[in-house]
Design a protein around this ligand. Structure first.
Ligand code: NA7
Length: 529
């Protein structure tokens, strides 16, 4: 049967763009379908004030093109959203990607036609595209979570969601603002909103750990050094569980004498960033070690926040690193400002949103604007918004009713020729997304090439392989403390979502090795037809 394209790629973020480039290089035809007006995915939508990557810019970048690596100039240690979006646009132009991207179009359904072995992909523009393969590159944090709080529609002022921020920006000068949520998006945006607003009231359900970014302009001499040694840095990064080139101290926190421990924590704290969790190797494996690190951060809060009651509310009680660690610039300091109020709603949910604000714990709060910094339906949300149907017309949302199951986080039994870049069961959100994306894309592109060489039309994982992979993902999750709290990693932030630790936590090197073994053994775990 003839098709319109070899592949339909869903999404023009970093995954979709590189997928298109690789498929073109291998002589496949592809159409990217993208809901936004432009490329960039996460960085297209998340335009809230202060949005930045928490991985250093020289590492949060593509490595497939040495020329691109050399020519692009990052200006800050942690790139801002506008800078990352400029980078995404530069990539789109440089590799002439736009001519194969259909913007402002959403996929509404994708159905596998078993008789013809093709996917029929429907869009909200009313057209149907036929392709041999569907490759989703929809991002892990791309389906904003709007909390189900009564009265949300009653609020008379504007309501903004950090994950879908107005493109023209928002000026809070002279406004009173209510913010719900204290996750990473809130922690990045609150200090900036507080500088503008007349008054900012923050409603906190769970206190979060954050480490200082110590962001700064990049020193040209440092950049030159990185550029001169990029391949070595990338290679080292691939040997690290998170795919980020930072030094992991292999010592155990509990086995290290207290003075030395403190010195090491202070050193990492002064350096800033996510490397804090690599101060010792057992912070996410051992309760006591974790508590030592948590206590260190807790003590920092009390050093910064002047009002002891506010400091106590801001002090997280749970395990550090269980929810994703945040990286901030002046977050706790913001609560020393006279125009900022923190409201603890950990013991009682917000009662309702009202026309003029909200009601919590029997008290009415009034504000001009409401900011929902309430996160995402992570990892599966965007995928399950599309009516994806595989063999026998079975819907993916039914198949995953008890939680997502995949082989390598990339493929699903019953859904032939469907690939999910950074899908549940892949390391994705626990790693530096860019190298993870590139690894996935290379795997998929090589796979399509191998199928073409063999004259194979259909690839689908077998049950046994998928079950074994799901077992591995769950097994690794049980070893770490990371799966023990109510985080978006386990779907706990979405009422009714099955509680399953979704990402693969075995680390990037183990994941890459698993993929390489699959290829070496002629696509072991897959049925080829
Ligand atoms: P997160 O990290 O999921 O944070 C969402 C925040 O919103 C978090 O503090 C939630 O509290 C809070 N929340 C969600 N629903 C409610 C309701 N109904 N009432 C009160 N508070 C609520 O999302 P972010 O966008 O900040 O960050 C997502 C990722 O992006 C981040 O991990 C980085 O990887 C980048 P909770 O903790 O659930 O009690």
């Amino acid at each position: 049967m003839s098709t319109d394209f070899d592949a339909v790629i869903v999404g023009a973020g970093f995954g979709g763009m590189y997928m298109l480039h690789r498929l073109r290089q291998k002589g496949f035809t592809a159409r990217v379908i993208e809901a936004g007006k432009g490329v960039g995915g996460t960085w297209y939508w998340n335009r809230y004030p202060g949005a930045r990557c928490d991985v250093e810019s020289v590492q949060y970048s593509y490595q497939f093109s040495a020329e691109l690596e050399q020519e692009w100039e990052w200006t800050e240690r942690y790139a801002t959203q506008p800078e990352i979006l400029r980078y995404a646009n530069h990539v789109a132009d440089r590799f002439d990607l736009r001519r194969d991207i259909q913007f402002e179009t959403r996929i509404t359904a994708a159905t596998f036609d078993e008789a013809a072995n093709v996917w029929r992909v429907k869009t909200d523009k009313g057209d149907t595209v036929v392709a041999r393969f569907v490759i989703t590159a929809m991002g892990c944090l791309s389906s904003p979570n709007t909390p189900r709080i009564e009265g949300l529609a009653d609020f008379k002022g504007p309501t903004y969601h950090t994950g879908n921020w107005p493109h023209e920006g928002v000026d809070f000068t002279g406004k009173t603002v209510g913010v719900i949520g204290t996750g990473s998006s809130a922690i990045q945006s609150i200090p900036i909103m507080a500088q503008q607003a007349k008054h900012l009231t923050v409603f906190q359900r769970t206190a979060n750990y954050t480490v200082p970014a110590h962001n700064k302009p990049l020193d040209p001499a440092y950049v030159a050094k990185v550029k001169a040694h990029y391949p070595e840095m990338r290679k080292r990064a691939k040997t690290k569980p998170a795919g980020i080139d930072f030094v992991i101290n292999m010592a155990s926190a509990i086995e290290t004498p207290e003075a030395e421990r403190r010195r090491l924590f202070e050193e990492r704290w002064a350096y800033g960033g996510l490397g804090f969790m690599a101060s010792f190797s057992d912070l996410l494996l051992n309760d006591e070690s974790n508590k030592i690190a948590a206590d260190f951060v807790r003590s920092k809060i009390h050093e910064v926040v002047k009002d002891p009651k506010t400091a106590e509310i801001l002090t997280p009680k749970n395990i550090i690193g269980c929810k994703r660690l945040c990286v901030d610039t002046g977050y706790w300091e913001t609560f020393n400002r006279p125009n900022v109020t923190l409201v603890d709603i950990s013991d009682e949910p917000i009662e309702r949103i009202t026309a003029s604000g909200l009601r919590a714990k029997g008290q009415d709060y009034a504000f001009d604007c409401l900011v929902l910094a309430t996160g995402f339906d992570a990892m599966t949300g965007a995928l399950l918004k599309v009516d994806i149907r595989g063999r026998g017309g079975v819907a993916l949302k039914d198949k995953w009713r008890e939680g997502p199951k995949s082989y390598l986080g990339l493929t699903v039994v019953g859904f032939p020729n469907l690939f999910t870049i950074t899908g549940p069961g892949s390391p994705s959100v626990l790693t530096n997304m860019l190298p993870s994306i590139e690894q996935h894309v290379d795997f998929i592109a090589d796979c399509l090439e191998a199928l073409r060489a063999k004259g194979v039309n259909v690839i689908e994982p077998v049950d046994e392989a998928q079950e074994a992979w799901v077992g591995q993902v769950g097994g690794f999750a049980n070893i770490t403390l990371r799966s023990t709290c109510s985080s978006w990693y386990v779907g706990a932030n979405i009422p009714g979502k099955p509680r399953v630790f979704m990402p693969y936590i075995g680390g990037l090197p183990a994941y890459i090795a698993a993929c390489e073994t699959v290829v070496k053994n002629d696509y072991e775990g897959f049925a080829l037809a």
